[in-house]
Design a protein. Structure first.
Length: 283
């Protein structure tokens, strides 16, 4: 019998939070993939979702608000032998981290990005996030969202992401399948996970999503980019979940063989005298 290498510790989340399903599912997927914990790095920014790396028996890094992706990319570039997984919230990734979200997609570094999307700022007690429904749609929060909701899947596909998917914490088998596919994908992989906030979002509840989410059927082709763009704009009475788009494209690492030649960058020999000479040449 395979031994479970990954376990979770006590969390600080509210009872009933969708983050519990994400954490439990992630631990199950990591155990199934059977990658040693020392080869996994879980990265987070600031927020309830970003605490996930603190609750798993693996390497973890907690960065600044909205700055999880730069740290994750740097870790992967320094040691491409590692499996790097980012857990952040919709505010952390799409709000404070919006610029990093766009431009790290373009680099196509081989990292996995799980966004716990509860359409609210849960840590700061209920302010609207970029993905919150607009006020005229009836979404009442601690303050009013007058902006058009941010569409992360549409933006990601348009920006060149090579793996774009959505899942829902109320369908754990589906979530596990999508998580595993994202981790195994070579290149940047985004999974937007619908995760109801039971404390501060009384609109987008478990019942709300259960009535609306619909798994993509076998006839759907995730390699069709135009179809994926259209599908990404469906978010209303029906919310599609599954892999909306996937392509195989050269990763950041593959396009730089001088850096990634089988020896992790962190293990390459270096001559400090040469480094000092280079620095001194700019003085």
């Amino acid at each position: 019998m395979k031994q479970n290498q990954f376990v979770s510790s006590e969390t600080a989340w509210c009872p009933g939070c969708g983050n519990f399903s994400i954490l439990e599912t992630l631990i199950g997927v990591l155990n199934e993939l059977n990658t040693p914990p020392q080869q996994i790095v879980l990265v987070g920014g600031i927020g309830q979702a970003a605490k996930a790396n603190q609750y798993v028996s693996a390497n973890g890094f907690s960065g600044l608000h909205g700055r999880a992706l730069p740290a994750a990319v740097a870790i992967k570039i320094a040691n491409d032998a590692l499996t790097v997984i980012v857990n952040t919230g919709d505010g952390d990734s799409y709000g404070e981290g919006g610029n990093h979200f766009l431009h790290n997609i373009r680099r196509n570094v081989d990292i996995t990005h799980f966004v716990h999307d509860n359409q609210i700022y849960g840590l700061t007690k209920g302010q609207p996030s970029p993905t919150s429904d607009a006020c005229n749609l009836g979404h009442k929060t601690a303050s009013c969202n007058m902006s058009v909701p941010f569409n992360p899947l549409l933006i990601a596909i348009a920006a060149g992401a090579t793996f774009v998917a959505r899942s829902f914490t109320g369908r754990k088998e589906h979530l596990a399948k999508i998580m595993a596919a994202a981790i195994l994908h070579k290149g940047y992989a985004l999974v937007d996970i619908l995760q109801p906030c039971v404390s501060f979002n009384k609109t987008n509840t478990f019942a709300y999503y259960k009535q609306r989410v619909q798994e993509l059927d076998a006839s759907y082709d995730p390699a069709n980019k135009m179809a994926a763009l259209e599908k990404s704009m469906e978010f209303g009475d029906t919310i599609p979940i599954g892999i909306l788009y996937q392509e195989q494209a050269p990763t950041y690492e593959a396009k730089r063989p001088q850096l990634f030649d089988g020896i992790p960058l962190i293990d390459k020999p270096h001559n400090m005298e040469s480094v000092k000479a280079l620095i001194n040449s700019y003085i």
